[in-house]
Design a protein around this ligand. Structure first.
Ligand SMILES: *[C@@H]1O[C@H](CO)[C@@H](O)[C@H](O)[C@H]1NC(C)=O
Ligand SMILES: *[C@@H]1O[C@H](CO)[C@@H](O)[C@H](O)[C@H]1NC(C)=O
Ligand SMILES: *[C@@H]1O[C@H](CO)[C@@H](O)[C@H](O)[C@H]1NC(C)=O
Ligand SMILES: *[C@@H]1O[C@H](CO)[C@@H](O)[C@H](O)[C@H]1NC(C)=O
Ligand SMILES: *[C@@H]1O[C@H](CO)[C@@H](O)[C@H](O)[C@H]1NC(C)=O
Ligand SMILES: *[C@@H]1O[C@H](CO)[C@@H](O)[C@H](O)[C@H]1NC(C)=O
Ligand SMILES: *[C@@H]1O[C@H](CO)[C@@H](O)[C@H](O)[C@H]1NC(C)=O
Ligand SMILES: *[C@@H]1O[C@H](CO)[C@@H](O)[C@H](O)[C@H]1NC(C)=O
Ligand SMILES: CC(=O)N[C@H]1CO[C@H](CO)[C@@H](O)[C@@H]1O
Length: 556
């Protein structure tokens, strides 16, 4: 008993310290283009099942049916997942205000890992209007925070099928920025080095270029892994006819792990899952790290392995067929002790008709900078304007002034310095620009009552960044000033005319701790943006200087 309580104590202590305990499965790590168990260096193949009910219903504004927040359900299903030798489940949307500890622990005890999507229906990058914003980054951070302590979290997807054909490849620049920033966040928080990747669709024209795009570049911008949702093998196909042979040839140069982030064509039912022998056989295992069958739950789209009726689980033909296939594989196994990566880094895809995402990525969202700008604006949107009416204001004002400062462009690689701010903050920026350019009289800040004057203030910690960015918002701040951690409004937005006159705090030596929290990598990318935008800045400045009498902001 003494022995037991000692070990319980040790476990409790380790738990409190956020350290892996003996009961925790070993973390999975990436070396070259493969996954490995961190404890013994054995290769890890994903034998996965997509596990989330009602994803088809997940439209914006709907409630997330969180598969890891309901212990009754996950504990009901784990024995069935084990019958399929499942070692990974993929979950698509998490509600971070719910508790996931019981399901994560139960999955850990069953040696099942999780790959979680960071986005959710209301919080994702929109391919038709892509942005990488402070709000979105914050919501991705909360998913990372909720899962980071669990060693059975294999990784995160920073997006699923965002770019889906050659008409919207620019959206991939924003997803790649999300990967860069989430990886940096994991490092800044001193979490375990949890891999962050992307899950793509399988579009003929973009699939190779997209994989290369996510895998290319410096270590601090590359994805840790790449998934492709693969539905090419239907019914009784084979390695060549299905397209798998061609895909394997196309992906063999990737220097990061690649796997099927969904698979299982259901054009012929019941599904036979004969592709399992190919995927885990020697034709493919040098290139691919396994796959995730779509999906556990039977729904109207007829992709289920089981149907659920309350606490009853009924296995379907697909379950039995997949079970016999997955339980009969024995893929070859590499080991980190003898493995050395054979693939060198791919180069970024050339741009052309079918690929137009810039390699210059959007800046790291920085809420502190937005607050600085907001407070420094003399004209802002009135508080009583409904956010539904913001677009009409943008449409009007951006017809009058140059809105580059709030506009991101993933094709040209030019991103306004305030393109990650909230719509309200962005309105302050453009309304103020209009106000300044038209002579800064009260009537230039009205817009039928939608805009109002405020006393512009610039805190000491803001002034050099605002100066660098310039009145048009088209340059970017170097990382040399501490603008806070990037969480919402970390600098007190002394917004509405707080007594202390225009240039208020400039003198006060409060110069908030200069320990630059801006990471070296974001510094580097900020510096790159400065270069990328310089030509545009010069150009814009020439035009705008003649219009804007002086500097639009209250610069200290
Ligand atoms: C993770 O571990 C850290 C360090 O012990 C702790 O502060 C934090 O609350 C834990 N987070 C979760 C979500 O359990
Ligand atoms: C390595 O560790 C994993 C996890 O404990 C285990 O499943 C696997 O069998 C081990 N590999 C070898 C070769 O012992
Ligand atoms: C999701 O949609 C399907 C089909 O439209 C419907 O049967 C099901 O009840 C919906 N589930 C939820 C949770 O709304
Ligand atoms: C998340 O859970 C909370 C608490 O149950 C609930 O109020 C909220 O609506 C949920 N959000 C989503 C998007 O499902
Ligand atoms: C590309 O995808 C969008 C969004 O799904 C779709 O509306 C459009 O028709 C597609 N275009 C082509 C050329 O496939
Ligand atoms: C893979 O790399 C080799 C050697 O650099 C090259 O010849 C080949 O074209 C590449 N294949 C693909 C699909 O990019
Ligand atoms: C491996 O490739 C060969 C040559 O294309 C093919 O004949 C064989 O069926 C493939 N093996 C599997 C398991 O698909
Ligand atoms: C983005 O830049 C490209 C290339 O410079 C240009 O053709 C395109 O119109 C711009 N897009 C927007 C939305 O401004
Ligand atoms: C390959 C295989 O296992 N096929 C089976 C799939 O399920 C159907 C229906 O149960 C069986 O008839 C097949 O033999």
């Amino acid at each position: 008993m003494l022995f037991k309580s000692l070990s319980t104590l040790a476990t409790a202590a380790a738990f409190l310290a956020g350290v892996a305990t003996a009961d925790d499965v070993p973390a999975i790590e990436v070396v070259g283009n493969k996954f490995f168990y961190s404890n013994n260096g054995s290769q890890f193949y994903i034998k996965g099942v997509a596990y989330q009910a009602d994803t088809a219903n997940d439209t914006s504004g709907s409630t997330i049916n969180d598969p890891l927040a309901d212990y009754d359900s996950c504990s009901r299903d784990i024995p069935y997942l084990k019958k399929l030798d499942t070692n990974v489940i993929r979950v698509y949307a998490i509600n971070t205000s719910l508790d996931h500890s019981k399901c994560l622990k139960a999955l850990n005890d069953a040696d099942i890992y999780i790959i979680a999507d960071l986005s959710a229906p209301d919080t994702s990058i929109n391919r038709d209007d892509p942005k990488w914003t402070v709000d979105l980054f914050n919501s991705y951070k909360t998913v990372v925070d909720a899962f980071a302590n669990y060693t059975n979290v294999l990784g995160f997807f920073a997006g699923n099928e965002v770019t889906n054909n050659y008409t919207n490849t620019d959206a991939s620049a924003f997803v790649k920025a999300a990967i860069r920033d989430v990886r940096q966040y994991i490092s800044d928080k001193e979490y375990r080095k949890i891999p962050v990747g992307y899950s793509s669709n399988d579009d003929e024209e973009t699939r190779v270029k997209m994989a290369d795009y996510f895998a290319c570049g410096d270590d601090d911008v590359k994805a840790d892994f790449y998934g492709i949702n693969m539905y090419e093998w239907c019914g009784k196909s084979d390695y060549k006819t299905s397209g798998y042979a061609d895909r394997t040839a196309e992906f063999k140069n990737l220097s990061i792990p690649v796997f099927f982030s969904e698979y299982g064509c259901n054009e012929v039912r019941p599904r036979l899952f004969t592709e399992v022998q190919a995927l885990y056989g020697s034709n493919m295992t040098d290139v691919w790290s396994g796959g995730i069958v779509y999906m556990y739950f039977e729904e109207t789209n007829k992709y289920g392995l089981v149907s659920i009726d309350g606490s009853d689980v009924k296995t379907l033909d697909d379950f039995n067929n997949y079970s016999s296939e997955i339980n009969s594989i024995s893929p070859s196994s590499a080991n980190t002790k003898s493995y050395s990566a054979t693939t060198s880094d791919v180069s970024c895809p050339a741009t052309g008709k079918y690929w137009s995402a810039a390699t210059s990525l959007p800046p790291t969202p920085n809420g502190g900078l937005c607050s600085c700008m907001d407070a420094a604006s003399g004209c802002v949107v009135s508080d009583d304007v409904d956010s539904d009416d913001y677009q009409a204001l943008f449409d009007y004002v951006c017809g009058e002034v140059d809105c580059s400062g709030i506009t991101p462009n993933g094709t040209s690689g030019e991103y306004g310095a305030y393109s990650f701010c909230t719509p309200k903050e962005q309105l302050a920026f453009v309304l103020n620009l209009y106000y300044q350019q038209n002579g800064a009289s009260k009537s230039d800040c009205d817009f039928s009552g939608s805009a109002s004057l405020q006393t512009a203030t610039t805190q000491a910690s803001c002034s050099s960044a605002l100066k660098e960015i310039g009145s048009m918002g088209t340059n970017s701040a170097s990382g040399s000033v501490d603008l806070g951690s990037g969480t919402e409004s970390s600098t007190s937005s002394s917004g509405s005319g707080s007594s202390g006159s225009g240039k208020s705090s400039s003198g006060s030596s409060s110069s908030s701790s200069s320990s630059s929290s801006a990471s070296s990598s974001s510094k580097k990318s900020a510096a790159n943006n400065v270069k990328a935008n310089l030509a545009q800045v010069i150009f814009t400045s020439v035009i705008s200087l003649s219009i804007a009498a002086g500097v639009g902001f209250a610069l200290a």
